[in-house]
Design a protein around this ligand. Sequence first.
Ligand code: SF4
Length: 187
Amino acid sequence: MGRPVQYNTKIKMVEIPEGYSGAGFHATSFDKVVGLARKNSLWPLPFATSCCGIEFMATMGSNYDLGRFGAERMGFTPRQCDMLLVAGTIAKKMGPILRQVYLQMAEPRWVIAIGACASSGGIFDSYPVLQGIDQVIPVDVYVPGCPPRPEGILDGILKLQDLVQNESLRRRNSDQYKALMDSYAIQ
Ligand code: SF4
């Protein structure tokens, strides 16, 4: 005999953005609608080189289930992804490759440095290791730990979701953003 079908009764809807509600409608600003959609449909591109990548695999697994946050669709081509997750030690030789991957992503794009190695070189204070990926690409969120637990990675992704939701649509045309890109020699 088949098992009885079980329904998840704990489904929660996303919070409605600030606005004006009436019978059968909700009016809000365009910024907020776009922010809400982007926040809940991030497409991750894992750039995993060592141990932290294993923790990221656990984050994708059924126990922690990144899919709960609208980010289960892994992409392995930068052109389809908007959230670059760098997990692991990045050798200096890998720096230009990481940068090329970042450049191939379409705007808007965001970056999370997962773990001590990606954030600062970690324990590898040695000549072949890049002392933090922010030497070659801008980083939005740093996740501490060696390695961070999946809860830490999820927390980093939730922090990024906050940034994404509240980012102004004009930010990427601003002088401040252009100055940031100029500092990385990115057009
Ligand atoms: S931070 Fe620690 S666990 Fe992560 S890649 Fe570096 S050495 Fe490995």
